[in-house]
Design a protein around this ligand. Structure first.
Ligand code: PGA
Length: 260
């Protein structure tokens, strides 16, 4: 796994945007795996700015989001459908029919999960998967103890994740307990992964992901097995890494053609 440590959140977002730019330039009809939460908001602002400057074109791209809360209609302000519309989709030219998120109101959740997996497959698979990192080491909503080969399915949130996300619902008591999430196995099939983490709150999860054992107790640790995974973090999120100096040295000494 490549670890890139940047000074602050702004530099992380700018760096991550370059991965999307390179991907869309190389393959305009790319399939993008998208994430929600506070971490990717700065990246989405960068992508919108690049689109407005005519440096990015999403007209042939497709997207699949990682997850959605169960029971929330798309129009609910706390839904990830609403989040994506507000923070990205309403500002760029990604065709509506190419935007995919799990349906939190599905009446047959297992069948919907199977059809979500099939849609990813029939779109050609995910080219570039964006991931945030939960403070408990989750990716998507694959909480600790998730099978490392899991597929899209229903999951129950941990009390910690419910507390982390309470800000979006005006209190913990309003956060749905269940979600539909791509599985760890689904994520691992993406051709490339870019993981972002910001702030000291993520430092322990970052260290477990990068330098801990591969374990379902930290689902993100399976990304050590991914052939093309880049983690971009700020200094605060890097503060518990044992080999931080080595990762900085590697980045500083990259050949020019490899730099983002
Ligand atoms: P956050 O969530 O970006 O809101 O910190 C990350 C995640 O849970 O994946």
């Amino acid at each position: 796994m490549e670890v890139i440590i940047r000074s602050d959140a702004g530099a992380v977002s700018k760096g991550a945007a370059q991965y999307f730019k390179q991907q869309l330039e190389a393959k305009p009809a790319s399939v993008l795996g998208l994430a929600t939460g506070s971490t990717p908001v700065g990246l989405y602002r960068e992508l919108i700015a690049l689109y407005q400057a005519r440096l990015l074109d999403f007209s042939r791209a497709a997207s699949f989001n990682l997850d959605e809360y169960l029971g929330l209609p798309a129009a609910h302000p706390g839904s990830y459908h609403s989040f994506m519309k507000e923070n990205l989709f309403s500002h760029i030219n990604l065709p509506l029919e190419n935007q995919h998120l799990p349906d939190g109101t599905s009446s047959d959740v297992p069948a919907h999960c199977i059809s979500y997996e099939e849609s990813i497959k029939s779109a050609g698979g995910i080219d570039l998967q964006l991931l945030g990192l939960g403070s408990d080491g989750h990716i998507g909503f694959n909480e600790p103890s998730s099978s490392l080969s899991s597929r899209t399915r229903i999951k129950t949130l941990t009390p910690r994740t419910i507390s982390d996300n309470a800000q979006y619902f005006g209190g913990e008591e309003n956060v749905p307990h269940h979600v539909i999430t791509m599985g760890v196995g689904t994520i691992m099939e993406a051709r490339q992964c870019v993981v972002l983490a910001l702030g000291a709150k993520k430092a322990a999860a970052v260290a477990a992901m990068v330098e801990g054992p591969i374990t379902a107790s930290c689902p993100a640790s399976i990304l050590q097995m991914h052939p093309r995974c880049t983690l971009i973090i700020d200094e605060a999120a890097a503060s518990a890494l044992l080999r931080g100096d080595y990762y900085r040295w590697v980045y500083d000494n990259k050949p020019l053609w490899q730099k983002i």
